[in-house]
Design a protein around this ligand. Structure first.
Ligand code: NAI
Length: 425
């Protein structure tokens, strides 16, 4: 087995043990992947398949990779963000039979894309992405792989946006499931997962309280809703900024203050961007902010806070704490940026990503999508596809059974009634 990570680690065995312990803990709280693993081990649906993965390499993702390998796949994996890899988990994963992991924390661009190329050198037949970098690289640099790729699955909103744009341009040459868009993923992972883990990561990184603070949440989509709700639950005052009128109205009706960022900039103590867009917090906003503000991003890419301009504006910058870079302005105000503006719930030194249970759902969908591609890949044309509802329901039912929750079914009469148009007043 290749071992690219171990060279970087002082004590490889200790690193593997530590990573393994994190994975074993996650496994205990991932009943969906547990159930799928049992059926994959028995049926070996992925025998002969090579799965290339580019995802945040931490314990939960490692469990997904291990489950796919247990189903007979050869798995080659790397990270999807230069700061989110847990090196011990990467080492533990690389030691799993059937898995090669190239992910390393703190890589520069060359190493980041080099690791992705190493994954593609395995000639994957299926790609699993978080942010679409792998699909992009296949199409731009390794188009010869497309013929043998059955399909892919995409984890996050930004990746799905990029894929839909590529599809609209007629440039997407194999089918990809929009895992992000399923109810079992988006309503839990984006909302509760991002909300809980972003706030936890900010609190742990800064050792500061939420109570009494004004938290500005940029974007009131799925992630923004979760961040706003959890911040409010921690007794913070929440201000929302939006560009979409219905979402602005939703936030207003939920009881939050809705303001343009130019005004919110003066009020906020903590700013959390969740838009998936660029240049959300820029020079005119930095100019108006109070001394000591915290700036964090939970959107996929590090383009939401304009750090280049902030650097130019700063008279001095220094590391105020691990994971916190202070930018001191000429007038003495200090603006504190967490995790270099990268995903705050994954990229601060103490960040753990989403809670395990939430990722069990998201990765349960990933796993059944991979199975669907292997079993029925021919049924899907090139392009972005919604995950079939039956797969989403299958995962929900496994979770409910694991939680011991029973629920009703439609009677025949009810089902007929719901499907008919003849019954009126
Ligand atoms: P979404 O599309 O539901 O919400 C984004 C919202 O931001 C929309 O309501 C949009 O109108 C608004 N927006 C766009 N530009 C804006 C601007 N300049 N100012 C204010 N609002 C603006 O997307 P979702 O699912 O909430 O995802 C948001 C981002 O978070 C994506 O990049 C996604 O990939 C990422 N994500 C991050 C996770 C994490 O672990 N941190 C987990 C899941 C998603």
């Amino acid at each position: 087995m290749t071992d690219p990570i171990s060279k970087q680690l002082g004590d490889v065995e200790a690193a593997r043990e530590s990573g393994r312990r994190k994975m074993d803990w996650a496994v205990q709280h991932m009943p969906i992947l547990g159930a799928l693993r049992a059926s994959f081990e028995a049926d070996q649906p992925f025998a002969g398949e090579t799965i290339g993965m580019a995802m945040h390499v931490e314990a939960k993702t490692a469990v997904l990779a291990e489950v796919l390998a247990a189903g007979g796949a050869e798995v080659a994996m790397t990270g999807c963000n230069p700061l989110s890899t847990h090196d011990d988990v990467s080492a533990a994963l690389d030691a799993v039979d059937g898995v090669t992991c190239y992910a390393k924390r703190g890589v520069d661009d060359e190493e980041y894309y080099g690791a992705m190329e190493a994954v593609l050198a395995h000639e994957p037949t299926i790609t699993v992405d978080d942010g679409m970098d792998l699909v992009a690289m296949v199409h731009e640099d390794y188009p010869e792989l497309i013929d043998t790729i059955v399909g892919g699955a995409e984890e996050t909103t930004t990746g799905v946006h990029r894929l839909r744009a590529m599809d609209a341009d007629g440039e997407l040459d194999y089918p990809v499931f929009a895992v992000n868009d399923t109810p079992m993923k988006r309503l839990f992972d984006n909302v509760h997962g991002t909300g809980e883990s972003s706030l936890a990561s900010i609190a742990m990184t800064t050792n500061l309280s939420w109570a009494g603070k004004t938290v500005v949440v940029a974007g009131y989509g799925y992630c923004g809703k979760g961040v706003a709700k959890k911040a409010s639950g921690q007794n913070a005052d929440v201000v929302v900024t939006e560009v979409e009128p219905r979402r602005a109205l939703e936030a207003h009706m939920e009881g939050y203050d809705v303001l343009p960022m130019a005004d919110a900039a003066e009020e906020g103590d903590v700013f959390i961007t969740t838009t998936g867009n660029r240049d959300v917090i820029v020079e005119e906003h930095f100019e108006r902010m109070q001394d000591g503000v915290l700036l964090a991003n939970a959107g996929h890419f590090d383009v939401e806070i304009d750090l280049d301009t902030l650097s130019e504006m700063a008279a001095d910058t220094y590391e105020a704490r691990d994971g916190v870079q202070a930018y001191e302005m000429e007038d003495g105000r200090r603006l504190n940026v967490l995790a270099e503006g990268r995903l705050v719930n994954l990229a601060t030194p103490v960040a753990l990503g989403h809670p395990v249970e939430v990722m069990d759902q998201s990765f349960g969908i990933q796993a059944v999508c991979v199975r669907e591609l292997v079993e029925n890949g021919d049924a899907y044309d090139a392009g972005v596809h919604d995950v079939p509802d039956r797969l989403d329901k299958e995962v929900a039912e496994i979770k409910l059974a694991a939680e011991g929750v029973e629920f009703d079914s439609l009677t025949e009469t009810q089902a007929e009634y719901m499907d008919s148009w003849q019954h009126g007043t």
